[in-house]
Design a protein. Sequence first.
Lengths: 318, 328
Amino acid sequence: MGRYVLRRLGSALVTLWLLATIVFLVVSVLPQNIGRRVLGPFALEEDVVRFNHTHGLDRPLISQYFSQMRRLFTLQFGDSYQTGRTVNSMVFPALLRSGKLALLAFVITIPISIAAGIYAARRQDKFADRAVVTTGLATSSIPEFVTAAVLMSIFCVHWKLGHVYAASWPDGTSIIGQLPYLLTPAMAMVVAYFGYITRMSRAGVIYGLQSDYARTATMKGLSKGEVMRKHILRNALAPTITVISVQIGYLFGGIIGVEKVFNYPGLGRTILDAVNTKDIPVLQGAVLVVGMIYMVSTLLADVIIAYLNPRVRLETTR
Amino acid sequence: MSDSDETRARDELISTPGADMLVPNPMNSMVGGSKPPAAEVELSGEVQLSERQQARRENWRLIRKRPAFVLGVFIVVLWSTCAILGDRITPHNPLDFRAEPHLTPRAKFPFGTDDQGRDVLSRVMAGSRDVIKVAPVAAVLGVILGVFVGMIMGYFGRWIDLVLGRVVEAFLALPVLLVALLAVTTLGNSTWVVIGVVAALFTPIVARTVRSAVLAERDLDYVTSAKLRGEGSTFVMFREILPNVSGPIIVELTVRVGYAVFTVATLAFLGAGPQAPSPDWGLQVSDGFRVVSAGIWWTTFFPALAIASLVIAVNLIADSVQSVLEAS
């Protein structure tokens, strides 16, 4: 098990290095004047030159590349062009607030969608199954900001059940007290991610229901519920866990739109502010942090799956 | 435009008298016969062609019978018509017309008017243009690049596959929307930047699918015999293998168009796309959502619904194509 984790960790580091290289290339691949781009067409040439010099943009690309890599592996993403603060001090507090919203969304999504997957699998190809699968396909294909805008119109404005400004709670409100404010934006994400996870758990359970081990377990006299809990779910969960871990990466893309609609001061707003002010280091930092979160979550998923299923870990250590 | 034309051309092909007669039993295994035995190929290249054509026609017939596909095509054709004809069919001019601002939906303005008194219905109709232009181009470009990369990975294998595989994995870890925002910020707000970024981010996803399809074909007899005939790698990859992996590629293309609509619409909402006074859907939602709290929901709701309908329609098409092609 330990060797398996080490190997996975090593390959994750290689991927991270490539990821950072791609991000570096996106910014530097085309010959262009970043100072001119940030300061605009009407800025004085000497200001542009000074800007490029202060931020080290006039150095050779290769030396810029190495300092970028050094920043990545020390987890210091440099300084913002606009506020003069470090990127870390802007990205991480925002990330924490987004994480709160994301966590709430997942706490609601995971049990609902696994239950829906089991329900649909038990009634495979009947009307209820079709309804669950089609609804999931439809809702998961709609962009999160669309769902957020529609939910806001209906729940927060028409029925006045939620809050249009998601972070408008009074200072010192406990985390429980904040829940009603966060619920509608979280629901927008639940609608978006429910479909995928349901589809995976449904497929896993259907596969399990048709398997020999499920038949053996039924024939040795276990009840339906016991077969499901002790045998099928344990196996069906593996692909579901993988999908959930992949969703965590996507989530930080979709959350930008949701946060914009509900005016929530999370990572999404930090990113949009950085887009508007052309604050490239903040954007780079945000992309790298989200990429790291994605890799840590897929790594964790693989470890959990290996833990649940000895076949996986033995096969890959060989 | 090309969407509806293509569909019509195919429909005509399929409904030609006698075309259906070629396939006497609709459920027979012609579909699986896309790879004839090597002997037959040597006798005449035409046999192979017509069998493959038959299989394609059969698949098309099955796809067309699905209600989900018909509904999806109907919605896509509807929005494409709006995109092509634009202000020639909108009740009012989407950009210049002025009435009272923020009128509630009523007989004269079924979707109400926006903050500048423009007719929301006209703007929703005209606003399909940007998405319908940009998303398919980005998807097609991404698929072409992805087929190229995936073909090379699968066919050559070894270290090329290993190195490219790592790069693909790194790309998959990138949050698509975030990288697109970063690129638009540094490279500018043009349509081509959006197309290029979306295509580049789709390339590795397509490449992974194509690679695994090619791996399954690489060691089959027809590939070996082509190599023994002395054909070059390019010929074997694109004239021998490519036609046999066209199924997964078509599926991937339809799925990618759906994701492209999703991504382009979201980017427009986030400000990385068409700018005012364009009637683009994402931009309209972005302009409208701030006044929803004041009870003015129609300037946000209708363009949002339009985005949802187009994305769902494309996904219905993709899902129908996928279930038929993967069953065969």
